[in-house]
Ligand binder design. Sequence first.
Ligand SMILES: Nc1ncnc2c1ncn2[C@@H]1O[C@H](COP(=O)(O)OP(=O)(O)OP(=O)(O)O)[C@@H](O)[C@H]1O
Ligand SMILES: [Mg+2]
Length: 405
Amino acid sequence: MSARIELSQVFKIFGARPKGRALKMAQSGVMKDDVQAATDHVVGLHDVSFSVGDGEIFVIMGLSGSGKSTAIRTVNRLHDITAGTVMVDGTDVGALNQRELERFRREKMGMVFQHFALFPHRTVVDNVAYGLKVKGMGIDERRRQALEALELVGLERYYMSFPRELSGGMQQRVGLARALAADLDILLMDEAFSALDPLIRRQMQDELLAMQGDMLHKTILFITHDLNEALRVGDRVCIMKDGAVVQIGTPEEILRNPGTAYVAEFVKDVDQGRVLQVESVMSQPTPISLGTTVGEALAMLGSRASVFCVDDEGKPCGVITRDLLAGTQQAGVETVMKTEFGITSRTAPLVEAYELCAKGELVAVVNERGVLEGRLYALDVLAELGEIESKAEQVKAADLAGEGV
Ligand SMILES: Nc1ncnc2c1ncn2[C@@H]1O[C@H](COP(=O)(O)OP(=O)(O)OP(=O)(O)O)[C@@H](O)[C@H]1O
Ligand SMILES: [Mg+2]
C-alpha cells in the first residue's frame, strides 16, 4: 500500500515563539501539560507520525483537545507545522509557496467540516458547484458534475432547494456532495458526522462506506471523537491524546489489544458487535453429508453437540444434534435433521448474528454461492465478547499500576 499522506515526527506548537524552548522541551519528551506550565505554549501535536495508504479510510480519534483538527489541518497546511514533515503524494507540503499551495489545495483534496458551511443564499446545486466555479469550469459542466455528486448522496431531487429548507443530515450530505463534486481523490473529513442525530449519523456512515466500496476509492482522513464511529468507518484508527499518537491499528487490533489504559477505557464503551465481523468468531464447520446414516453421524459427531448437514455442493440443508440422533440408527440423517437454522455471511457484523444465536442454535456462515464456510455458536460469540471486555480491564489495571497514568 503506497502512502498518499505521510506525517513524520510532526510537532505543532502554538504560542508567541513556537520554535523556542517549548519545541526543545517537547522534542526531548516533555508532555503537553508540563510544556505549557513551563513556557505558556500549547503543544498541538507532539511527535506525530502516521501514513495513510491509497484508498484507505484512516480515522483519527481522541477526546476534545487531543489534536485531531490540528493534525488534519497540517495536511492542507491550514496550519504550518513547527517541526517534522508532511508529505502528500510525494510533495513536501511545507515547501510549497503561496501559489503552489493554493493550487495544491484546489487540485488535491476536498474537505468536509462539522458545520456544513453552506452558502445560505445559494441553491443546493450552486453550493455543490461552487468549488468548480472557482476553478473556472463553465456553468453547464459544473452543474452536470454537481448533479452527479448530489445523486451520489441521494439528494438530486433537492437541487433547487435552499440549505435552510433541508434537515441537518441533508445539509451534511450537501457538504459531502460538494467535496465529491470536485472529484479529488483525497478527502479530509473533520467531525463531518458529529453534529448529526445518532440514527442519521449511522446512516451517513453506512452511505460513506457503501460509496467508498462501490465507486469512490478515495483516500480519506476522517476525524471523530467517537470510538464507535472510528472503528465502524476506519480501515485503520489512530488514537490521540494530548497531541501525541497513543495507538494505531485496525479496528480489530484496537479492540483486541488496546495499548494503554486510555485506549482500554474507550474500548469498554464500544459496541463490539458492530465492529467485529462474523468471520472473527466463526469456527470450522466440518459438516457431514446428506446420505450419511444416523449411526454414522453419531460416530462423526464426536464431542460436538450439533453439526451441519450439507448437500453435494456443500450448501447447508439442516442441523442435527445428539438428541435428534437418538432414534433409528439405519435411517439417513435427512429424516431427522432440523431444517430451520440461521444463515449469515463472513463479513456481517456480529450484531446481526446475535439474534440468530440467541435461539441457541447453530448459525451457518455461507459464501455468496451459499456454500457453508463456517459455523457460529452462541457461546462462542459470548465468549469472544467477554474476552475483549476482560482484556480491556487487564490492560487498564496493568497500565494504571505500572505508570500511574
Ligand atoms: N489556533 C490555536 N491557537 C492556540 N492553540 C490552539 C489553536 N488551535 C488549537 N489549539 C490547541 O491545540 C490543542 C489541540 O486542539 P485541536 O483543535 O486540534 O483539538 P481537537 O482534538 O480537534 O478537539 P475537538 O474534539 O474539540 O475538536 C488544544 O489544546 C487547543 O487548545
Ligand atoms: Mg477538532
